[in-house]
Design a protein around this ligand. Structure first.
Ligand code: BG6
Length: 504
C-alpha cells in the first residue's frame, strides 16, 4: 500500500492572470483545477486571480459565470465556502492586444491589485485563448514590461497546444516568443502530461531495475501507441477540418507517450535533464522522404456508422466541414528511431475519431521466445509478451505471458497480469490540470514542452503532412464509424509479420 508522501511545496504568492476568462477552457478546466488545488491546500496564501476579457465585464458577472462553470465541471461536490473564497480573488480586466492602451491600463491595474494583496509581483499569464492570439498577447505583455523579471519577481507564460500547425509555423511562434521571454519562463502545456499514467512511464522505467536491461532492440520487437477515440468531431468541425488527426494528436500527445517510452535515462529527475532526453529522442526519429511517408502511413475519414448504439453521420456531413474535405480523422504511421537503443525497432502509431472504443495505450511487444521446446502447442494459444501501459479508459499496467495449464501434461496458455491504479491508490477525481497548474506556480518545467522538442516533433511529421497534402483524396480511405479504422491500416504491420492489438 502507498506510504505517506512528503508534504508538497507551497507555491509563492502570485497573480494568476487568465486570458480568455469567459471561454470554455477557463470554465471547464482552469477554474475547476484551481478549485481542486484550493481544496488540497495547494494554492498560495496570497493570490490574485485576474480574468482578462475582451469586453468590459463586472467582477460580479465574471465570478458568477465562473461559479456556474465550476458547478457544471467540478470533479467533486463543490464546497461553497472554498469556491467563494477562490472566486472572491477574481478581478476582471478588459484588454485586447489590438488596443495597446488596454495593456498599459492592465499593467497599472494589476500593479494596484498586487499592492493590496501583497503578492510580491510574481505573475503567471495563462493564455486560454486561440493559438493565433499567443504571439500578439505575448508582444503586448512584453512591450508593457509585464514579462520582465528584473524586479526579482518571476513572470511566466503558459500556452496550450497547438504550438503551430507545421514545422515552419512552430519555429516562427517559438522565435517570436523567445524574443520576448526566456525559454524557462514558457510553460507549453500538453494535457497528456497531466495524466498520472503518462507520468508513471518515467517511474516505471527508471524506478525499477528490471525493465532497463531489456528496454532495447535486443529484447523489444516493436512498440504500438494507440489513441483511439469513440468521440466524433462533434461541434468542432470548422476547427478540426483545418487540422486533422495527425496535427491534432501526433506531434503532441502521441509523441509525448513515445518520448517517455523511448528516451534515455536522464541523469537527474529535473526539468533540464528530463526535457533534454525527451528532445533528443524526438530528434532521433528518422525524417522520412515523402514517398517513404506515403508507404509508412494510412489515413482515413469516417463514414456513417454507429458508436455505442448512437448513429453517426459521415464526417463530411459535419457542420463546418468543407465539401469534399480530404481531412483525415484517422492516421496510422510507422516510425523508426535512429539510435543505438532503438535501431530496427518499429514504432507503430495510430489515432482516430469515431472508432468503436476509446482506448489509449502504449504496448511494448517483446521478442518471441524460440518455441521449439513447445512445438506441439498451437501458436495461437501462446501469449505474445506485451507490456501494456494503459492510459484510458482504465489506468494501469498489464503484462502478458505464457503459463502452464494445471494438469498432468504440459499445456500452455497465455495469461495477463494486471495492475490497476484504482485498486491500489485512492485518488480524488481530477481535471488532469491540477499538477500542471501547480507546477507552473512552483516553477517546475519538467512536464512542459521545450521549443526544441516541439520542433523535433513537427520535423518528424512534416513529410506526412506534405505527402498527404499533395495526394489529396488519393489514398484517403473511408472507414465505418464504430469500427477499428480502415482495414488497410493492418497492412502497415502485417507486411512486417506483425499485427495491431485488437481494440475491442
Ligand atoms: C485534444 C484534441 O488535444 O485531445 C482532441 O484536440 C482530443 O481532438 C483530445 O479529443 C483527446 O484527449 P484525451 O485526454 O481524451 O485522450
Amino acid at each position: 500500500m502507498p506510504s505517506d508522501q512528503p508534504a508538497q511545496k507551497q507555491p509563492e504568492p502570485c497573480s494568476f492572470v487568465i486570458f480568455g476568462a469567459t471561454g470554455d477552457l477557463a470554465h471547464r478546466l482552469v477554474i475547476p483545477a484551481l478549485y481542486n488545488l484550493a481544496v488540497a491546500g495547494l494554492l498560495p496564501e496570497k493570490l490574485c486571480v485576474v480574468g482578462i476579457t475582451r469586453k468590459t465585464m463586472s467582477n460580479a458577472a465574471l465570478r458568477d459565470s465562473l461559479m456556474k462553470g465550476l458547478r457544471e465541471f467540478a470533479t467533486r461536490p463543490v464546497e461553497e465556502a472554498t469556491a467563494r473564497r477562490l472566486l472572491e480573488c477574481v478581478t476582471c480586466i478588459a484588454a485586447d492586444p489590438k488596443e495597446p492602451a488596454s495593456f498599459d491600463n492592465m499593467r497599472q491595474q494589476i500593479d494596484e491589485l498586487e499592492a493590496i494583496r501583497q503578492t510580491g509581483g510574481n505573475r503567471l499569464f495563462y493564455l486560454a485563448t486561440p493559438p493565433d492570439t499567443f504571439a500578439p498577447i505575448a508582444r503586448e505583455l512584453g512591450r508593457t514590461g509585464m514579462l520582465s523579471q528584473q524586479s526579482g519577481a518571476w513572470r511566466r507564460l503558459v500556452i496550450e497546444k497547438p504550438f503551430g500547425t507545421d514545422l515552419a509555423s512552430a519555429k516562427a511562434l517559438n522565435g517570436e516568443l523567445l524574443r520576448i521571454v526566456d525559454e524557462h519562463q514558457i510553460y507549453r502545456i500538453d494535457h497528456y502530461l497531466g495524466k498520472e499514467t503518462v507520468q508513471n512511464i518515467l517511474v516505471l522505467r527508471f524506478a525499477n531495475g528490471l525493465f532497463e536491461p531489456i528496454w532495447n532492440r535486443h529484447h523489444i520487437d516493436h512498440v504500438q501507441i494507440t489513441v483511439a477515440e469513440s468521440l466524433t468531431v462533434g461541434r468542432r468541425g470548422r476547427f478540426y477540418d483545418k487540422i486533422g488527426a495527425l496535427r491534432d494528436m501526433v506531434p503532441n500527445h502521441l509523441f509525448q507517450l513515445l518520448s517517455l517510452v523511448a528516451m534515455e535515462p536522464p541523469i537527474r529527475f529535473d526539468a533540464h535533464s528530463v526535457r533534454a532526453e525527451k528532445a533528443d529522442v524526438l530528434a532521433a526519429i528518422q525524417v522520412q522522404s515523402e514517398s517513404e511517408a506515403l508507404q509508412n502511413s494510412v489515413r482515413g475519414q469516417y463514414r456513417a456508422g454507429s458508436v455505442d448504439g448512437t448513429e453517426i453521420g459521415d464526417y463530411s456531413s459535419t457542420a463546418g466541414v468543407r465539401p469534399g474535405s480530404t481531412t483525415e480523422t484517422y492516421a496510422a504511421l510507422k516510425l523508426t528511431i535512429d539510435n543505438w537503443r532503438w535501431a530496427g525497432v518499429p514504432f507503430y502509431l495510430r489515432t482516430g475519431k469515431a472508432l468503436g472504443v476509446k482506448r489509449t495505450e502504449v504496448a511494448i511487444k517483446f521478442k518471441q521466445a524460440p518455441f521449439a521446446m513447445f512445438s506441439c502447442t498451437p501458436v495461437e494459444t501462446l501469449a505474445q509478451n506485451y507490456l501494456v501501459i494503459a492510459v484510458a479508459p482504465t489506468e494501469g499496467i498489464a503484462l502478458q505471458f505464457n503459463t502452464k495449464v494445471p494438469g498432468p501434461s504440459i499445456r500452455i496458455d497465455g495469461v495477463e497480469m494486471k495492475f490497476r491504479y484504482k485498486d491500489y491508490f485512492k485518488a480524488e477525481p481530477s481535471t488532469g490540470y491540477e499538477t500542471l497548474i501547480y507546477d507552473c506556480m512552483i516553477g517546475d518545467n519538467i512536464l512542459f514542452q521545450r521549443a526544441d522538442s516541439v520542433e523535433a516533433g513537427w520535423r518528424a511529421v512534416q513529410p506526412f503532412l506534405d505527402a498527404w497534402k499533395k495526394a489529396g483524396a488519393e489514398g484517403l480511405l473511408g472507414y465505418k464509424a464504430g469500427s477499428e479504422g480502415p482495414a488497410e491500416a493492418n497492412t502497415l504491420l502485417t507486411r512486417d509479420g506483425r499485427s495491431w492489438r485488437k481494440l475491442g
